[in-house]
Write a protein that binds this ligand. Structure first.
Ligand SMILES: C[S@@+](CC[C@H](N)C(=O)[O-])C[C@H]1O[C@@H](n2cnc3c(N)ncnc32)[C@H](O)[C@@H]1O
Length: 207
Protein backbone atom coordinates (compact mmCIF):
# COMPACT_ATOMS: atom_id res chain seq x y z
CA UNK A 1 0.00 0.00 0.00
CA UNK A 2 1.34 3.46 -0.87
CA UNK A 3 1.94 6.13 1.72
CA UNK A 4 -0.96 8.56 1.97
CA UNK A 5 -1.32 12.03 3.49
CA UNK A 6 -3.50 10.81 6.38
CA UNK A 7 -0.99 8.15 7.44
CA UNK A 8 1.81 10.74 7.17
CA UNK A 9 -0.05 13.20 9.40
CA UNK A 10 -0.85 10.42 11.89
CA UNK A 11 2.77 9.19 11.97
CA UNK A 12 4.16 12.70 12.57
CA UNK A 13 1.51 13.46 15.18
CA UNK A 14 2.94 10.45 17.05
CA UNK A 15 6.57 11.51 16.47
CA UNK A 16 6.21 15.25 17.12
CA UNK A 17 6.87 15.38 20.88
CA UNK A 18 9.93 13.10 20.74
CA UNK A 19 11.10 13.89 17.21
CA UNK A 20 14.10 16.01 18.23
CA UNK A 21 15.29 13.39 20.72
CA UNK A 22 15.07 10.58 18.13
CA UNK A 23 16.09 12.32 14.88
CA UNK A 24 17.84 15.48 16.08
CA UNK A 25 21.51 14.58 16.44
CA UNK A 26 21.48 11.53 14.15
CA UNK A 27 20.46 13.63 11.09
CA UNK A 28 22.25 16.83 12.09
CA UNK A 29 25.35 16.37 9.92
CA UNK A 30 23.20 16.22 6.78
CA UNK A 31 21.17 19.33 7.68
CA UNK A 32 24.36 21.23 8.41
CA UNK A 33 26.05 20.10 5.18
CA UNK A 34 23.01 21.03 3.10
CA UNK A 35 22.86 24.59 4.42
CA UNK A 36 26.64 24.94 4.06
CA UNK A 37 26.52 23.80 0.40
CA UNK A 38 23.61 26.17 -0.22
CA UNK A 39 26.08 29.04 0.25
CA UNK A 40 23.25 31.52 0.75
CA UNK A 41 23.72 35.18 -0.11
CA UNK A 42 22.21 37.96 2.00
CA UNK A 43 18.63 38.54 0.88
CA UNK A 44 18.20 35.07 -0.62
CA UNK A 45 14.67 33.66 -0.40
CA UNK A 46 14.88 30.02 0.67
CA UNK A 47 12.01 27.54 0.80
CA UNK A 48 12.33 24.46 2.98
CA UNK A 49 9.67 21.83 2.38
CA UNK A 50 8.82 19.37 5.17
CA UNK A 51 10.57 21.55 7.73
CA UNK A 52 9.20 19.43 10.59
CA UNK A 53 10.12 20.76 14.04
CA UNK A 54 12.45 23.34 12.48
CA UNK A 55 15.74 21.72 13.51
CA UNK A 56 17.50 23.28 10.50
CA UNK A 57 16.39 26.85 11.22
CA UNK A 58 19.29 27.79 13.56
CA UNK A 59 21.78 26.88 10.78
CA UNK A 60 20.57 29.47 8.25
CA UNK A 61 22.33 32.85 8.14
CA UNK A 62 20.17 35.56 9.74
CA UNK A 63 20.02 37.75 6.63
CA UNK A 64 18.36 34.99 4.57
CA UNK A 65 14.56 34.79 4.35
CA UNK A 66 13.48 31.23 5.15
CA UNK A 67 9.95 30.00 4.46
CA UNK A 68 9.19 26.56 5.90
CA UNK A 69 6.18 24.43 5.07
CA UNK A 70 4.92 21.17 6.52
CA UNK A 71 1.78 19.05 6.28
CA UNK A 72 1.82 18.13 9.98
CA UNK A 73 0.33 20.76 12.31
CA UNK A 74 1.93 18.97 15.28
CA UNK A 75 5.46 19.16 13.84
CA UNK A 76 4.96 22.76 12.70
CA UNK A 77 3.70 23.80 16.12
CA UNK A 78 7.09 22.82 17.58
CA UNK A 79 8.95 24.66 14.79
CA UNK A 80 7.19 27.84 15.86
CA UNK A 81 9.62 28.14 18.80
CA UNK A 82 12.14 29.57 16.29
CA UNK A 83 9.69 32.05 14.80
CA UNK A 84 7.75 33.36 17.77
CA UNK A 85 10.82 34.28 19.85
CA UNK A 86 13.29 37.15 19.67
CA UNK A 87 14.21 36.72 16.04
CA UNK A 88 10.90 36.59 14.19
CA UNK A 89 11.96 38.46 11.05
CA UNK A 90 12.80 36.58 7.88
CA UNK A 91 11.36 33.27 9.17
CA UNK A 92 7.90 32.17 7.99
CA UNK A 93 6.05 28.91 8.56
CA UNK A 94 2.97 27.63 6.75
CA UNK A 95 0.84 24.52 7.00
CA UNK A 96 0.98 23.41 3.37
CA UNK A 97 1.24 20.28 1.23
CA UNK A 98 4.53 20.17 -0.71
CA UNK A 99 2.69 18.38 -3.53
CA UNK A 100 0.28 21.33 -3.98
CA UNK A 101 1.92 24.57 -2.90
CA UNK A 102 0.14 27.91 -2.98
CA UNK A 103 3.26 29.99 -3.77
CA UNK A 104 3.66 31.88 -7.04
CA UNK A 105 5.96 30.56 -9.78
CA UNK A 106 9.68 31.43 -9.37
CA UNK A 107 9.10 32.71 -5.80
CA UNK A 108 12.34 31.32 -4.29
CA UNK A 109 16.08 31.49 -5.04
CA UNK A 110 16.82 28.14 -3.40
CA UNK A 111 14.79 25.18 -2.19
CA UNK A 112 15.68 22.51 0.39
CA UNK A 113 13.96 19.21 1.15
CA UNK A 114 15.48 17.34 4.08
CA UNK A 115 14.36 13.78 4.82
CA UNK A 116 10.98 14.34 3.19
CA UNK A 117 11.26 12.88 -0.35
CA UNK A 118 10.60 9.31 0.86
CA UNK A 119 7.79 10.51 3.14
CA UNK A 120 5.50 12.29 0.65
CA UNK A 121 3.06 9.96 -1.12
CA UNK A 122 3.97 11.42 -4.54
CA UNK A 123 7.64 12.53 -4.72
CA UNK A 124 7.31 13.41 -8.44
CA UNK A 125 4.47 15.85 -7.65
CA UNK A 126 6.57 17.42 -4.88
CA UNK A 127 9.55 17.84 -7.22
CA UNK A 128 7.35 19.35 -9.96
CA UNK A 129 6.11 21.90 -7.41
CA UNK A 130 9.65 22.61 -6.21
CA UNK A 131 10.72 23.23 -9.80
CA UNK A 132 7.74 25.55 -10.36
CA UNK A 133 8.37 27.73 -7.29
CA UNK A 134 12.18 27.82 -7.70
CA UNK A 135 13.41 30.56 -10.03
CA UNK A 136 15.14 29.47 -13.27
CA UNK A 137 18.81 28.87 -12.49
CA UNK A 138 17.97 28.40 -8.80
CA UNK A 139 19.47 25.61 -6.72
CA UNK A 140 17.56 22.70 -5.21
CA UNK A 141 18.98 20.50 -2.43
CA UNK A 142 17.43 17.16 -1.53
CA UNK A 143 18.70 15.15 1.42
CA UNK A 144 17.39 11.62 1.87
CA UNK A 145 18.09 7.97 2.48
CA UNK A 146 17.98 5.99 -0.76
CA UNK A 147 17.90 2.21 -1.23
CA UNK A 148 21.25 0.66 -0.47
CA UNK A 149 22.36 -2.53 -2.28
CA UNK A 150 24.58 -3.73 0.62
CA UNK A 151 23.24 -6.76 2.48
CA UNK A 152 22.59 -5.27 5.93
CA UNK A 153 20.79 -2.06 4.87
CA UNK A 154 18.91 -3.97 2.15
CA UNK A 155 17.69 -6.54 4.69
CA UNK A 156 16.61 -3.78 7.07
CA UNK A 157 14.73 -2.03 4.26
CA UNK A 158 12.91 -5.27 3.42
CA UNK A 159 11.95 -5.89 7.05
CA UNK A 160 10.65 -2.33 7.48
CA UNK A 161 8.80 -2.09 4.15
CA UNK A 162 5.41 -3.47 5.34
CA UNK A 163 5.40 -0.88 8.16
CA UNK A 164 6.00 2.21 6.04
CA UNK A 165 2.69 3.88 6.94
CA UNK A 166 3.38 3.30 10.62
CA UNK A 167 6.99 4.51 10.56
CA UNK A 168 6.12 7.48 8.33
CA UNK A 169 8.58 6.98 5.46
CA UNK A 170 9.28 4.53 2.68
CA UNK A 171 12.44 2.55 3.58
CA UNK A 172 12.95 1.43 -0.05
CA UNK A 173 13.47 4.46 -2.26
CA UNK A 174 15.46 4.30 -5.48
CA UNK A 175 17.82 7.21 -6.13
CA UNK A 176 17.90 6.58 -9.90
CA UNK A 177 14.12 6.67 -10.18
CA UNK A 178 13.96 9.76 -7.97
CA UNK A 179 16.57 11.61 -10.06
CA UNK A 180 14.64 10.71 -13.23
CA UNK A 181 11.45 12.20 -11.81
CA UNK A 182 13.15 15.42 -10.62
CA UNK A 183 13.60 16.96 -14.10
CA UNK A 184 16.41 19.09 -12.66
CA UNK A 185 20.09 19.01 -13.56
CA UNK A 186 22.11 17.16 -10.90
CA UNK A 187 25.25 19.14 -10.07
CA UNK A 188 26.76 16.83 -7.46
CA UNK A 189 25.85 14.24 -4.82
CA UNK A 190 27.47 13.85 -1.39
CA UNK A 191 27.26 11.00 1.14
CA UNK A 192 26.25 12.32 4.58
CA UNK A 193 25.39 11.15 8.11
CA UNK A 194 26.32 7.82 9.71
CA UNK A 195 28.34 5.55 7.33
CA UNK A 196 27.40 7.92 4.49
CA UNK A 197 24.09 6.02 4.22
CA UNK A 198 22.20 9.21 3.35
CA UNK A 199 22.72 11.32 0.21
CA UNK A 200 22.66 15.04 -0.35
CA UNK A 201 21.72 15.89 -3.96
CA UNK A 202 22.59 19.34 -5.28
CA UNK A 203 20.54 20.08 -8.40
CA UNK A 204 19.77 23.12 -10.54
CA UNK A 205 16.55 24.33 -12.13
CA UNK A 206 17.89 24.79 -15.63
CA UNK A 207 14.57 25.38 -17.40
C1 LIG B 1 11.39 12.86 8.54
S1 LIG B 1 10.57 14.38 8.81
C2 LIG B 1 11.86 15.55 8.41
C3 LIG B 1 11.72 16.83 9.17
C4 LIG B 1 12.89 17.81 8.99
N1 LIG B 1 13.06 18.17 7.61
C5 LIG B 1 14.17 17.28 9.56
O1 LIG B 1 15.23 17.62 9.01
O2 LIG B 1 14.16 16.60 10.59
C6 LIG B 1 9.50 14.53 7.41
C7 LIG B 1 8.62 15.75 7.48
O3 LIG B 1 7.97 15.91 6.21
C8 LIG B 1 6.64 16.32 6.46
N2 LIG B 1 5.80 16.02 5.28
C9 LIG B 1 5.39 14.80 4.86
N3 LIG B 1 4.62 14.89 3.77
C10 LIG B 1 4.55 16.22 3.48
C11 LIG B 1 3.89 16.96 2.47
N4 LIG B 1 3.14 16.36 1.53
N5 LIG B 1 4.01 18.30 2.47
C12 LIG B 1 4.76 18.93 3.42
N6 LIG B 1 5.41 18.27 4.41
C13 LIG B 1 5.30 16.94 4.45
C14 LIG B 1 6.24 15.55 7.70
O4 LIG B 1 5.10 16.08 8.32
C15 LIG B 1 7.52 15.66 8.54
O5 LIG B 1 7.52 16.82 9.32
Amino acid sequence: MDMDDISVRKAYKRYARNYDRIFGKIFEHGRHQLIHKMACNPGDRVLEVGIGTGLSLPFYPEEVTVTGIDISPDMLQIARRYVNGNNPCRRFLFLMDAQRMSFADNAFDKVAAMYVASVVPDPAAMMAEIKRVCKPGGDVFVLNHFSNPQLLPRTLETVMLPFKNLIGFSPRFSMDRFIDCMSLQVIKTYPVNLFGYWTLIHARNCS
